[in-house]
Design a protein around this ligand. Structure first.
Ligand SMILES: C=C(O[C@@H]1C=C(C(=O)O)C=C[C@H]1O)C(=O)O
Ligand SMILES: [Mg+2]
Length: 467
């Protein structure tokens, strides 16, 4: 690390201390430097013993940006319905009132940002499964490793108090940086054997039948119903091995992990909720599914079948309609192509429609997240009625499954995906989740088959064998 950068950091810490004394409050120094490229997974593994239980991982679907958040310089945990606005306000106020003048040139995906997520429904009964994961939980990491278009940056966030020992702060940061960036190897996977337990599959199929009956009667048109499968091993399940497999096996996906103490929620989602970069807002409609074919011709035939299937087109159309309406309401003109194309993942293909809003600088990212969550891809249509229906009838405690997860920075840029194709590791067991859009002519058995396909990415990423 260049001596001049070190000197610069000490100077900034000292001037922050002076400011902290004048204002009698803590001042945040956010210090970014370009560093040698290290595999983000190694960075994640390296920080295990310094900041175990306090790490976040994010890799976007384009493969352009990977973030590793390490430690908690500040944590914002909020329960209840005001969660989106509260996170926006608490983060906004920290930047405005405590951040030392940040003169480093802005670079997307680096610098001060918070990473985290939301629960699906604040009003659903909470089980012990999701303790540690608040309705909204965001972290300003102590260290943020950003890998963006083949360049690596490390941002360190330090709060300076009126009586802080600057040299001690500095030494601690330097030591941690060296530890985080050291060259090492990723631990290889244990060949674990897992026992799989499906939670009440028959009861789930019945609830699909009940839901279609209800849809045929009344005012709800689509409801997403999810279920849980538990995989149990003899030894602790490794988040890093699972992440490494997800990155390798699931290209074009948002690969993520959020640790909260001894639990780790992770997955590989194909579905962006919203990205805000420069003045543009992008969203995605992804709903309607079919398996991949074993051969090219079969795969193409299945894709064509999906593109022409009324039931799947209907599932998809609800998502397009809702996202269009929601964004038009807050942002004006919305660009959406006329019909869906195919999104192909390793294990599944979906109907896909991209959404663009061109002039959206003035709309806070969190407001877009709030307005969109949950889209009919995860909740149903209409929104309020379907969420209530899920709250009352679904046996599962979804926690953060099917909810927005991502990051937002000091310029209100960032990205959120919806946390599907995911699992929650708790020591030697992991809960996996999968859901399906139920519409008027859904068939319980085929929806069940669809959940099995959606469970595949996590099951293959766990490795090992299943019984
Ligand atoms: C709910 C999930 O996926 C959603 C449901 C889909 C469907 O029913 O066709 C497709 C994509 C997602 O919007 C899940 O993977 O758990
Ligand atoms: Mg479906």
């Amino acid at each position: 690390m260049a001596a001049v950068t070190q000197h610069d950091l000490i100077e900034r810490l000292e001037s922050a201390k002076y400011k902290a004394q004048l204002m009698q409050k803590e001042i945040l120094v956010s210090h970014r430097l370009q560093v040698d490229n290290v595999d983000p997974l190694i960075v994640f593994a390296n920080s295990n013993h310094l900041y175990k239980g306090q790490r976040s991982f994010w890799s976007d679907a384009s493969g352009e940006l990977t973030l590793v958040g390490i430690g908690e310089a500040r944590k914002f945990d909020v329960d209840g319905d005001e969660r989106f606005a509260e996170i926006r306000e608490q983060w906004g106020s920290l930047i405005q009132t405590q951040l030392e003048d940040f003169t480093t040139p802005y670079k997307y995906g680096t610098g001060p940002m918070i990473m985290g997520g939301f629960s699906f429904d604040t009003k659903k009964f909470k089980t012990p499964l999701w303790t540690n994961y608040a309705d909204a939980s965001f972290v300003l990491p102590v260290h943020l490793y950003s890998f963006f278009n083949d360049q690596a940056f490390l941002t360190t966030n330090m709060f300076v108090k009126p009586d802080s020992d600057i040299h001690a702060l500095f030494e601690k940061a330097m030591k941690a940086r060296a530890q985080i960036l050291k060259k090492s190897t990723i631990p290889s996977g244990l060949d674990q054997s897992f026992t799989l337990t499906e939670i009440d599959p028959e009861q789930w199929k019945e609830s699909v039948a009940d839901t279609t009956a209800m849809i045929n009667k009344g005012k709800i048109e689509k409801v997403v119903l999810a279920r849980e499968v538990i995989a149990q091993a003899d030894d602790d399940i490794s988040a890093i091995v699972t992440l490494s497999n997800l990155l390798e096996q699931q290209p074009n996906s948002f690969v993520f992990a959020f640790e909260r103490g001894h639990k780790c929620f992770l997955g590989a989602s194909p579905e962006r909720l919203v990205q805000k970069q420069n003045s543009e807002v992008l969203s995605t409609c992804l709903a309607g599914s079919i398996k991949r074919g074993d051969f090219h011709t079969e795969d193409e035939r299945l894709g064509e079948q999906l593109l022409n299937d009324q039931k799947n087109l209907e599932e998809h159309a609800f998502v397009v309609q809702m996202i269009r309406d929601a964004l038009e309401e807050i942002a004006g003109t919305v660009h959406i192509p006329d019909g869906p194309t195919l999104y192909k993942g390793r294990d599944i293909q979906h109907l896909f429609t991209p959404v663009i809003v061109k002039q959206a600088s003035n709309i806070p990212l969190m407001d877009v997240v709030e307005r969109l969550h949950p889209t009919p891809a995860l909740g149903g249509f209409p929104q309020a009625e379907s969420v209530e229906m899920i709250r009352e009838n679904e046996k599962l405690d979804r926690g953060w499954y099917s909810s927005p997860i991502g990051w937002v920075d000091l310029k209100d840029q960032g990205e959120f995906a919806v946390a599907i194709r995911s699992g929650l590791i708790n020591e030697n067991h992991v809960s996996l989740f999968a859901g399906c859009g139920i519409v008027a002519d859904s068939n319980p058995e085929s929806e069940y088959e669809e959940t099995l396909i959606k469970l595949k990415p996590m099951l293959s990423a766990l490795g090992g064998s299943f019984e």
